[in-house]
Design a protein around this ligand. Sequence first.
Ligand code: SF4
Ligand code: F3S
Length: 107
Amino acid sequence: MTFVVTENCIKCKFTDCVDVCPVDCFREGPNFLVIDPDECIDCTLCEPECPANAIFSEDELPSGQEIFLELNAKLSKEWPVITEVKAPLPDAEEWNGKQAKIDLLEK
Ligand code: SF4
Ligand code: F3S
């Protein structure tokens, strides 16, 4: 089992999630974070911290978000570890809740 970062993180990247992870399993891309499924211990701490409600357990992924299980697994092997909170992306509040952001994911 792992937790998964889903679409609404894209172009927001609030990073509050990073602060609570006890095993440093978040990885950072240009406009999105992912969780390394090989490191996640299913502690649940990150899920309520995300202002964009973008984090779900893999067995509770909302409909249409299933692709993010694979994307987290893949991108977590390519992106560097992030362990400290930083400022959200400039227009994070405006992008929070926007639909169909997957095409804007920068790899
Ligand atoms: Fe880290 Fe726990 Fe979230 Fe997994 S569930 S990413 S271990 S904070
Ligand atoms: Fe993304 Fe939410 Fe973390 S927007 S960076 S998953 S706090």
